[in-house]
Ligand binder design. Structure first.
Ligand SMILES: NC(=O)c1ccc[n+]([C@@H]2O[C@H](COP(=O)([O-])OP(=O)(O)OC[C@H]3O[C@@H](n4cnc5c(N)ncnc54)[C@H](OP(=O)(O)O)[C@@H]3O)[C@@H](O)[C@H]2O)c1
Length: 500
């Protein structure tokens, strides 16, 4: 199906793909659909006229408006029964499952188990093809745990009878990608960048739009079935060159000084303090910089002949997407590691044992008030006392929490599961309610609710903090924060009302 109008064309990555949509492909399954790549692949497939079944671990209803037309179903790849139901009736599946959020100790085990389950159930359900996006890196060399795991997942999937197309990519650059945000924040915040020895290794960054084109193209070019391909952008660069080019594009004067002996562990820790990407992810990604990740086989070029973007073009497109507030997926979209334990406020057995609520009455409209509290956090901040919120965020980051530096994907709109600094949206009801679940390091579970209620011809705006703890430390924390909450929440209400 051709895109219909020029604005739609500019939104789509695959409009100039040299392949045609596959006839009779049946329903295409996208696993890892809530992730950075999966979330961009689903709309492209829908726009090309495919029927799509997306699997997620969260609430499928949360994706109702994100991918109209797609069937969204809940499945955890660690549970074979879930996969059996999800893969029933499917012939072609994308495998984009990855658990990097679990951190260095946990993700490898989880990823290999998920891949083995997927292979087994795919074979049992008679799938005809799997398409997997993995990582570049020479498997004969000593790879970082992250790159090794990408290769192990490919090998695990290929052990079955279902043919697997493997696409291997290095760093993916696009608005919202973890690597892009790390580079951007380092360049924006540091006047002096110390360059470790491994920053001279070579990499072939690829733009997210080209990755999506290769993924869709692999589906539409039957000769890719069962084969492995390296995919990359136009340039081969060292990581230092990537930082320098970014700095020049931002018209910044950055001093680059060699610092050959800095241990990667320290670098990863400081990178996580200065960038929105949490330590669990940045450490795994930075470890991978010790390996050269460039394309060794260019067979994909003859099957999918299009010119990929240069590194500069990738950056410029990402910057302009951010500028226009059109970041469609972000690394933070995949769930927090503790998602299984993050019971919703309405799911906890006993009501939250500590609550505090503040409210004010206003003549302003419910729409205005709702719009105002949906703009909190990120680059706009928290109306007043931003330094206090930022201080709390920095303390959280020092202890490897999410921190306020995590920001938000869009500064103008929110949906369920989006992050807002160290919170995540748990519920949102148009012109009524925003419920945020805390993901900072605290001895308990916490939520912050914003509500606007109609009372005759006046509106009541409330901010309510809920806290659930059983530990002594948790109780001390609550009472220690109370005076601060009193001060901060009152002013937060004023700020919301003023901008409403
Ligand atoms: N992004 C990059 O820069 C990059 C670069 C090179 C290669 N790649 C490769 O591209 C692939 C996709 O990466 P990505 O960046 O899109 O990852 P991502 O944003 O971290 O998303 C991972 C996805 O996997 C899902 N998932 C994790 N464990 C699962 C389980 N047990 N059952 C079902 N779903 C599960 C997550 O769902 P939840 O939301 O429920 O957690 C999420 O949708 C990976 O193989 C990665 O190696 C990515």
């Amino acid at each position: 199906m051709e895109p219909r109008n020029p604005s739609e064309i500019s939104e789509l990555f695959c409009y100039d793909l040299p392949t045609r949509p596959l006839e009779g492909a049946g329903k295409i399954l996208v696993s890892g659909a809530s992730g950075y790549i999966g979330g961009r692949l689903v709309p492209e497939l829908l726009a090309r006229g495919y029927k799509v079944k997306a699997i997620v671990r969260g609430d499928p209803l949360a994706y109702k408006n994100t991918w109209p037309g797609a069937e969204v179903t809940r499945a955890d790849a660690l549970r074979k029964e879930d996969l059996r139901q999800a893969l029933s009736g499917i012939e072609i599946a994308y495998y984009l499952i990855h658990s990097l959020h679990l951190g260095a100790k946990e993700f490898e085990k989880a990823d290999i188990l998920a891949a083995c389950n997927f292979r087994e159930i795919a074979q049992e359900q008679g799938l005809k093809r799997i398409i997997y996006l993995g990582g570049l890196g020479d498997v004969r060399s000593k790879l970082s745990s992250h790159l090794r795991s990408r290769a192990e997942v490919a090998a695990a999937l290929r052990k079955g009878k279902v043919p697997v197309t493997v696409l291997r990519a290095a760093v993916i650059i696009g608005s919202g990608s973890a690597s892009y945000e790390i580079i951007q924040h380092l360049v924006r915040t540091l006047p002096v960048i110390f360059v470790p020895g491994w920053a001279r290794n070579k990499c072939q960054p690829v733009g997210v739009r080209d990755v999506i084109k290769y993924l869709v193209g692999a589906l539409e070019a039957p000769r890719t079935c069962g084969e492995s391909f390296d995919i990359g952008g136009r340039d081969v660069l060292t990581y230092e060159e990537m930082l320098r080019i970014f700095s020049r594009l931002l018209h910044k004067t950055t001093l680059f000084l060699p610092l050959p002996l800095v241990p990667l562990k320290w670098y990863a820790y400081f990178a996580s303090l200065l960038t929105p990407v949490p330590h669990s992810i940045s450490r795994c990604l930075l470890e991978g910089l010790k390996n050269e990740v460039i394309c060794r086989n260019d067979a994909i070029k003859s099957l999918l002949p299009f010119e990929p973007l240069s590194y500069k073009e990738q950056i410029v497109r990402a910057l302009s997407r951010e500028e226009q507030d059109r970041v469609s997926t972000r690394w933070s979209d995949a769930y927090h590691p503790y998602y299984e334990f993050s019971l919703k406020l309405n799911e906890i057995k006993a009501p939250a044992n500590y609550t505090v609520s503040y409210h004010l009455f206003t003549q302003k409209s419910a729409e205005g008030i709702f719009r105002s509290f949906c703009r909190i956090g990120g680059r706009r901040g928290w109306f007043y006392d931003n330094w206090l919120w930022r201080l709390r965020g920095t303390i959280d980051r020092i202890f490897l929490g999410a921190g306020t530096i995590r920001g938000r994907k869009s500064y103008s709109h929110l949906k369920i599961n989006d992050v807002v600094d160290f919170f995540r949206v748990e519920d949102i009801q148009e012109n009524r309610r925003l419920l945020l679940r805390a993901e900072m390091k605290i001895p308990g579970r916490a939520w912050l609710e914003f509500k606007v209620d109609e009372e005759k011809d006046i509106r009541k705006l409330s901010v309510i903090a809920y806290y659930n703890t059983r530990s002594i430390l948790g109780k001390i924390y609550w009472y220690a924060c109370l005076p601060l909450h009193h001060f901060v929440f009152q002013r937060l209400l004023d700020g919301i009302e003023k901008k409403g």
